[in-house]
Design a protein around this ligand. Sequence first.
Ligand SMILES: *Cc1c(COP(=O)(O)O)cnc(C)c1O
Length: 357
Amino acid sequence: MRPARALIDLQALRHNYRLARDTTGAKALAVIKADAYGHGALRCAQALEAEADGFAVACIEEALELRAGGIRAPILLLEGFFEASELELIVEHDLWCVVHSLWQLEAIEQTRVAKPLNIWLKLDSGMHRVGLHPKDFQAGYQRLLASGKVARIVLMSHFARADELDSQASAEQVVVFEEARKGLAAEVSLRNSPAVLGWPNIPSDWVRPGIMLYGATPFEVPQEVAAQLQPVMTLESKVICVRELPAGEPIGYGARFITPKPMRIGVVAMGYADGYPRLAPTGTPVMVAGKRSQLLGRVSMDMLCIDLTDVPEAGLGSTVQLWGKDVLASDVAIAAGTIPYQIFCNVRRVPMLYSEG
Ligand SMILES: *Cc1c(COP(=O)(O)O)cnc(C)c1O
């Protein structure tokens, strides 16, 4: 069998969840949208369900998969419903629902619901993606109450720049949020992973950690709390071919790397069809036979090449870690000009093997 695989450490996932809850003292919704950032939503939910306060996903399709898999914990739909007809299923499956636009509010007013809804009313506090305008927020809250269709309202907003530790933008968003919710007696939820890790003074009865659950830092610089995260996914494969090349020989598509000296090259069964970023350049870190080495030349669909020149103990069959506990996904992401979120979400084709750590 092809040796490429992703190992998922569920104990590390639980460690990271506890870190989110314990550092904030808040209730924490584990964000497992997009198949738990590529880690497998149902398996991750099962691993967390005994202790998680709830889960968050992007849409009802993702929530129904979890319900079908037996997950009974609260599940929040981060974008609410896309069509009013989803409200029936939202009630039937006991889902919590973000309201981020006036059209959603109107749909709730106009739809008969069998049971009162759990609504997370979202404010656009400055990111300008979704969320009610500050001038509509109080009225929106009152309209939800007046509709008689709501059991509970949580007030929420989302940060655009919480990953920039030297930026004032998050503090400014908090000011807008505080102004908009003045006098409303409801719980609040503001903090995503970077705000959980880096912004201890931002209020949040509920936090919404995503990327940190998977053990990757959202920051581009070292950060104290993020240093306590444990990587959950190890993407690994094996060397399937070894080449001894003299100086001046090209490697891979486009001859993007020419050997500057005699070199020993390992070909690894891993490519962009597995989700390894095609734009990762020569020099991107890998581990082989327990030693740090680097990618050489262009990544192909099913294979990539690494440097074995200074790793004489490595050869055919040696294990290669593309990311995991030794090579951080966030470092690969930086090398490839992207973020660990996308690195994880792109993983496909490889078997996912789950362990308790
Ligand atoms: C995805 C998402 C999160 C989680 O963000 P991370 O940066 O991964 O922690 C939190 N809140 C909302 C509204 C989201 O869409």
